[in-house]
Design a binder for this molecule. Structure first.
Ligand SMILES: [Zn+2]
Ligand SMILES: [Zn+2]
Ligand SMILES: [Zn+2]
Length: 151
């Protein structure tokens, strides 16, 4: 009787190939901040409506452009501020209605330097300078303030 050969035990080692995980590279989409250049008009700088001819960011206009011409006046007919009466005449088709005397405690003067609005009583008492920022106002405006304020 031949001895039985021991059977060779073949153990197959299974090798699992580790699945390589490719990290997907996230692509950053750079957002360029577009600077919207407001075309010239200074009107947008203020909280109140300002109209006129060639109004600059400090409410100078085509008619009054000196350093101290930084005041705009509110007209009751339009309920908007204009740098001067000529601006009103050239941009509207009606006679200007000055700010009524019984509303002199309401804001009706705009400082173009700082954007503060003043009641006519405060403006007329302010000695030709802005009470809020100190900007000098054109004393000449006072000479014809009956165009802006009801006499
Ligand atoms: Zn008007
Ligand atoms: Zn003007
Ligand atoms: Zn001011």
């Amino acid at each position: 009787m031949p001895p039985t050969d021991p059977e060779a035990d073949d153990s197959a080692a299974a090798t699992d190939a580790a699945a390589a995980t490719d990290a997907a590279a996230a692509t950053d989409s750079g957002t360029d901040a577009d600077v919207d250049a407001n075309a010239g008009a200074g009107e947008d700088r203020f909280d109140v409506p300002v109209r006129g001819v060639d109004v600059d960011p400090e409410t100078r206009c085509a008619h009054y452009r000196s350093d101290v011409d930084v005041v705009a006046f509110r007209f009751a007919c339009c309920d908007a501020y204009f740098p001067c009466f000529r601006c009103h005449a050239e941009t509207t088709a009606h006679d200007a209605v000055p700010w009524p005397r019984d509303r002199f405690d309401e804001p009706a003067v705009l400082c173009g330097a700082c954007g503060e609005t003043l009641a006519p009583t405060a403006y007329l008492a302010a000695d030709d300078a802005c009470p809020a920022c100190g900007a000098a106002f054109n004393p000449g405006c006072r000479a014809h303030h009956d165009r802006y304020f009801e006499a």
